[in-house]
Unconditional design. Sequence first.
Length: 500
Amino acid sequence: MRPFAVVSALCGLILSSSSIVSAQSTAASLPAHFKPPQVFKNVNLVRNTNLEKGYARETINVVVENVDKDPQSEYYLSFPSELFDRVGGLEVRNKKEAEKGRLDVEAVEIDSSSDVRYFIAHLPEPLAPSSQITLGISYSLLNSLHPRPAAIEQSDRQFLTYSFSAYVPSAYQTVTQKTKVKFPSTNVPNYTATNLKTGEDPERQGSTYTYGPYDTTKVSPGTTHPITVRYEFTKPLITASLLERDLEVSHWGGNLATEERYWLRNNGSTLLNHFSRVDWTVANYQQSPSSAIRELKYPLKPGSVDPYFIDDIGNVSTSRYRPSKGNREANLDFKPRYPIFGGWNYSFRLGWNNDLASFLRRAVHGADSYVLKVPFLEGPKMAEGLQYEKVVVRVILPEGARNVQYEIVEGPSSNGLPSADQFIAEFSSHKTFMDTIGRTTLTLTVESLTDEARDSQLVVTYDYTLFDALRKPVTITLGLFSVFAAIWFVGNIDVSIKKR
């Protein structure tokens, strides 16, 4: 676990005014002509590009050597400016010590007119001269797939294009490199062929195309060679422009209530003509592939109960819920009111309840301290994947909760979350029915996520005393007593008219 949160200072028993804690990078802005110092060399680089989902996923394994006379600890990752803001879940690890977790990565602020922007990966310890380290770099590129043609008939198959460079745009000299592209099927009608090496390029083996290997010793860092591929993708490109996820903790009810609000759209090919309900029914009967969103499959944690599915009109009945048995997940499959074709939008919310005891424990170091461990992101689990442009997670704690801290639980492999400086944390007060001072609320905001983050865990620790638990019933009792006393007092006032 690596903490990247701060303590929320709540004075006394009353929640202070909201404060915002941002972990944004404070690095100095660099000029547009900035070039990283050439202290490293990429001895061998292999890039794997996966296009099996509705977004591009890239994994780069690179052997890095220090060619400077002094130890070095900052490795620059370069991206074209037009792609920089679409990079999601960037993660760098030492391949030989992956279990130690990811390396610290921060975005470098650079002049907006620059064609290239950078992240800095901080090595766990300075790399000695002539020494080597193998880095595993993984990230997703959101909204990087484009339908061609942009508009199709309702029964047509969808094709996507993806553009990249045969030379990885590294900030350092690269000796040898190659790129493997994995497609969802073997139907790849168009792709760029190169003469960058002898023989066929790319080499094709089933649904995998390999560009290279190339000897790029004499190729300058940052040199590009554009490649465009066009391939069949008969699934929707599901994008959540916004997800608001609320987790409400109730000690009195022993309940964890979860509600998620989605604003979905399909980035696939739009319809060339009007939608035909008859053709759609026939296609469903024949089980023909379609680029429209037909349904969403949502696995829930064991013990989840009382699910509901509501859109802008009201309750939606086209859903099927299968409760969990033992330690098995529950499943909620639901269909929107209408199929969501390319360019169409759909907003809805769903929610459910869980037994709080499955997620909350008392801390070892104090009787009044609690540890809450919940999924940071759940969401639909679809073969075509799901990309999130913005995610807002709110953890609503009981009234009087103080000394709130949070951290992310990381596993030995990628969990699809970005580095710490991409999160924004805010502490505030949230008032609901019969609250007095309001409930302590932790809000986390992050952009550019994919469904790979759905298995990540959020751990929240806080202090909550017996007095805090009794605050609401005592306040309500005193309030009712005051009302009855006032009624008794008013009832005993003599307002009759008497002779003087």
